[in-house]
Write a protein that binds this ligand. Structure first.
Ligand code: PMP
Length: 450
């Protein structure tokens, strides 16, 4: 099969494609980097240039691209069947994966409901929570979520997230009680970490106490609010919120779409404090970052409330055409096989290698205001005046210019505003980690010293 030329691809792309999270007016003004293939931790463009995939192809690739074991698992499944429905039928990879996920998930999460994106996994969790209370004879219409939370771009997922640039046009459709996590209070109100933690827990407690009986669930990204720009939480926050949701008799939904599958140094962020939520969402890394697959894990207690005779119509009437897709589940099984005990044990050291490189190369830069890290999730925040925390004007496009300068150095990264995000595949080597961080530091220096 002849491959189209770069010019042909750009002409199709610029004439017909609408890119996600992209100002298309700007996009069509720049020649795009066209990724033609991948190889381990690298992306390869149409001219054969190799780039280190510093954000895991939007936070999802886990063990590298074209991993022989995952490729082989997908090929083997392809020789059986690509997709069959879970509506009225079962399938081997979806059943085995459900059992494997239940075995590794935080205790008590024994049921797996599949969907195909992080956002849909969150929608499922929200709907399960709403229906759970109705089936128990209560109407609980409200959720509590974190300031600057992000859970995806469908309406329900947007409701429990919020960011002004992302969501302002939809705001009337998105009712929710928003409370700050500790970092938000450090950042906005200048509180010291211990005071911010205490205050955040007070606000959570008073919100739950005041709306007792009306809150379906508290929804949060545990340990690291990724899309906020990597806002970290002290691990004890999650454990304390779990205790509060129990005390005030509401559900806890942990969204591990970004943090799941090793990113924080443990399999799940919840594992750092042995926290078991009532519902847990995963996506992105579930299939090794290969295919669109997500899942919502539920406790037995939630599952059992939905049981009853058919004619009571208490079933969960929700599903998507590609729910439990066989190729994606086969990829996910191979992905889980690669999480050997040795691989998991080596994860903290990967984070430490990155920390050391950040301290050496990035921390000394004049316009770096803060470096936030958990495991291999990193945010580097740039300011016009780092001491007084004065941001750059949006028109300066500082973050964007930095990632373009990094690209010149063979590194693919992506900013969130003026926060440069690094989230390499877990398969990144020590040398690659150092090269990634040193190269990004050079790019920051080039752009911000100009
Ligand atoms: N939840 C979290 C915590 C996320 O970071 C994201 C995506 N960045 C989502 C949900 C949405 O996932 P998707 O883009 O697959 O819908």
């Amino acid at each position: 099969m002849t491959q189209p030329t770069y010019e042909q691809i750009v002409e199709w792309d610029h004439s017909h494609l609408w890119h996600p999270f992209t100002q298309m007016q700007e996009w069509v003004g720049e020649p795009p980097l066209v990724v033609a293939s991948g190889d381990g931790n690298y992306l390869i463009d149409t001219d054969g240039r190799r780039y280190l995939d510093g954000v895991s192809s939007l936070w999802c690739n886990v063990h590298g691209h074209r991993h022989p074991k995952i490729d082989a698992a997908i090929r083997a499944q392809l020789d059986r069947v690509a997709h069959t429905t879970l509506l009225g039928l079962a399938s081997p990879p979806s059943a085995e994966l459900a059992a494997r996920l239940a075995a590794i998930a935080p205790a008590g999460l024994n049921r797996v409901f599949y969907s195909d994106a992080g956002a849909t996994a969150v929608e499922v969790a929200l709907k399960l929570a709403l229906q759970y209370w109705r089936l128990r004879g209560e109407t609980r219409p409200r959720f509590v979520a974190l300031t600057e939370g992000y859970h995806g771009d469908t309406l329900g997922a947007m409701s429990v997230g919020f960011s002004v640039p992302f969501h302002r046009f939809y705001e009337p459709l998105l009712p929710v009680e928003r409370v700050p996590a500790p970092y938000a209070l450090e950042r906005e109100d200048g509180l010291a970490p211990a005071d911010a933690l205490a205050r955040a827990l007070e606000v959570m407690e008073s919100t739950l106490a005041n709306a007792r009986g009306a809150i379906a669930a508290v929804v949060l990204e545990p340990l690291m609010q990724g899309a906020a720009g990597m806002w970290p939480q002290p691990p004890s926050y999650l454990a304390e919120v779990r205790a509060l949701t129990r005390r005030y008799d509401t559900l806890l939904i942990c969204d591990e779409v970004a943090t799941g599958f090793g990113r924080t140094g443990r399999m799940f962020a919840c594992d750092h404090t042995d926290t078991s939520p009532d519902l847990l969402t995963v996506g992105k890394g579930l299939s090794g970052g290969y295919l669109p697959l997500a899942a919502t894990l539920a406790s037995d207690e939630i599952f059992e409330v939905f049981l009853g005779p058919y004619e009571d119509y208490t079933a969960f009437f929700h599903g998507h055409t590609f729910t439990g897709n066989a190729l994606a589940c086969a990829a996910a099984l191979a992905n889980l096989d690669l999480f050997t005990p040795a691989m998991l044990a080596a994860l903290p050291a990967k984070g430490e290698t990155l920390s050391r490189a950040l301290a050496t190369h990035v921390a000394p830069l004049a316009h770096v205001g803060e470096i936030r890290q958990r495991g291999t999730m990193i945010g580097i925040e740039l300011y016009q005046d780092a001491v007084r925390r004065i941001p750059y004007e949006a028109t300066a496009r500082t973050g964007h210019r930095v990632i373009r300068a990094a690209r010149e150095r063979g590194l693919i990264v992506r900013p969130l505003g003026d926060v440069i995000i690094l989230m390499p595949p877990l398969s990144i080597t020590n040398d690659e980690s150092t090269r990634l961080v040193a190269g990004v530091a050079e790019a920051i220096a080039e752009v911000t010293d100009a």
